[in-house]
Design a protein around this ligand. Sequence first.
Ligand code: UDP
Ligand code: MG
Length: 153
Amino acid sequence: MERTLVILKPGALQRGLVGEVISRFEKRGLKLVAMKMKQLDQSVLDEHYAHLKDKPFFPWLCSGMMAAPVILCCWEGFEAVKVVRAMAGSTNARNAAPGTIRGDYALSAQENIVHTSDSVENARIELDRFFSPEDYCSYPSPLEQYLYAPDEK
Ligand code: UDP
Ligand code: MG
C-alpha cells in the first residue's frame, strides 16, 4: 500500500481543526500508520520547501510553519498520494473547491491548513525526513475487505 505525508500546519492546531482534518482522512478509509507533534525549525524547512527558497514569500511561509507545532501524519492506502492530495485541494485556498480541506477551512495561499506530498517519490523523501522506521506502527485492518477490491493493493 502507498504511504503519504500530511502535515497539519500550525494554523490547524491554533484554530482547533486537528480533529476535523484527521477525521476526514479516517472517514475516507485511509489508515494512520505514524503520527507525531513537532516544532519545526528553519533547517528542516529549508529542506522541505527547497523548491520555494527563491520565492519572495519564503520567509513568511517559514515563519508561519514555525508559529506553533505541527502534527505530522503518515496515511496509508491504495494510491494514497493522489487521494490525499485531492482531498487537500488547490494550494491557494481561495481557489480550492468546496469539499476539500482548504476549500472548507481556509482563505489563504499561505495559511492553507495542510501539507500533502505531491508525488510517490516525494512522499518517500518527505516521510524519511520526518519519520524513522521505528515510528511506523503495524496493526490489523479488519475493514480492508470493505474498502478495496482484491486487486486494489
Ligand atoms: N505558498 C505561498 N504562496 C504561494 C504558493 C505557496 O505562501 O504563492 C505556500 C503555501 O503554504 C503552500 C506552500 O507554500 O502550501 C508550499 O507550496 P507548494 O507550491 O508546494 O504547494 P502545496 O504542495 O502545499 O499545495
Ligand atoms: Mg508542495
